[in-house]
Ligand binder design. Structure first.
Ligand SMILES: Nc1ncnc2c1ncn2[C@@H]1O[C@H](COP(=O)(O)OP(=O)(O)O)[C@@H](O)[C@H]1O
Ligand SMILES: [Mg+2]
Length: 302
């Protein structure tokens, strides 16, 4: 880990020249600044994530330019915009996965309840434990049972638990992920034997087992049928009463249905991704201030 941590530490200090804020914060920042690094992951419910002047590069290709976005605690923030505008890169920056790419660099800050997750004093595993990720393609561990999949993250984060505690956790996480009723009689069968939508909910359950305060979801429904999509959206709505959710989606109806806030990203061949506009979902869909936002949410491009 130290090699990747060093990359981040160095590049984190890249200059962000002439900062002009391209997007307004999407709602007032909760009074949470001033926490010490030790609180990262120490809470029990959703934390706000505040990206400040975040820029990102792959080699010398700049893909994000000074992104400012507050993702409020216990709300759902949707990241929308055409392919290639940097949404996935931004999401990976929020839990320190961007630095896993050898050529990757970044600048700016990511505050988690006021604490910079790129603070060199913080352990990267703490950030990833507190800020979970669900990917586009469901990726349960194929050789593991449903139950083992749910618990898989515990071993990675060094948590040890008694059998009864584990059983409770399996039920709790599968229930929260909306999967318990469907799998409770076959917990020891392979996770790979589930349908695509069930596998995605299993991955959500696996993320929840380490008790994240933020869940990042990168197009979690794009490979799913409408019924499974609907089930995941229900799950998102239920989870949002406890944790903070940031979801990338290309489905505008989905963004409108599940999110409280939206940020519209845009890039061109010659310019890196920026946030054109961010605000409450009702404002972005009902009265966008930028014509490009209106064109995008109404399906005229992208
Ligand atoms: N691992 C990588 N190496 C080099 N370039 C990458 C990598 N991942 C993404 N990119 C580039 O970064 C830009 C943003 O990509 P991405 O964040 O995946 O956009 P989105 O999720 O909005 O489709 C694109 O130009 C893409 O080609
Ligand atoms: Mg993407």
């Amino acid at each position: 880990m130290s090699a990747t941590a060093d990359v981040t530490t160095d590049t984190h200090l890249l200059p962000t020249v002439a900062v002009s804020t391209v997007s307004a914060p999407i709602s007032p920042k909760p009074g949470s600044a001033g926490n010490s690094p030790s609180v990262l992951g120490g809470g029990t419910s959703g934390a706000a994530i505040d990206a400040r002047n975040v820029s990102a590069w792959f080699g010398d290709h700049k893909v994000l330019d000074r992104i400012n976005l507050l993702m409020p605690a216990k709300q759902v923030t949707a990241l929308i915009g055409p392919s290639g505008c940097g949404k996935s890169t931004f999401l990976r920056i929020l839990n320190r996965m961007h630095e896993l790419v050898p050529s990757a660099a970044l600048a700016g800050e990511v505050l988690f309840d006021g604490v910079d997750i790129y603070d060199p004093a913080l352990r990267v595993t703490n950030a990833r434990k507190s800020i979970g990720m669900v990917f586009q393609k469901a990726n349960p561990f194929p050789a593991m049972s449903i139950a083992e999949n749910v618990l898989a993250g515990l071993a990675l984060t060094g948590v040890k638990a008694k059998k009864s505690v584990k059983e409770d956790l399996i039920e709790e996480c599968l229930t929260k992920a909306g999967l318990w009723a469907e799998v409770k009689d076959r917990l020891h069968q392979a996770g790979a034997g589930l349908s695509g939508g069930q596998q995605q909910r299993l991955c959500i359950a696996r993320s929840l087992a380490v008790r994240p305060r933020v869940l990042l979801m990168d197009e979690p429904c794009s490979a799913l049928d409408p019924t499974s999509t609907n089930r995941i959206e229900q799950t998102i709505a239920e989870l949002a009463s406890e944790i903070t959710i940031v979801i990338v989606t290309h489905n505008m109806q989905q963004a409108a249905r599940v999110s409280d806030n939206c940020a519209f990203f845009l890039a061109s061949a010659s310019t890196p991704g920026v946030i054109v506009e961010a605000g409450s979902t009702s404002q972005i869909f009902g009265s966008p201030t930028d014509q490009r936002t209106a064109d995008y949410v109404e399906g005229r491009f992208g």
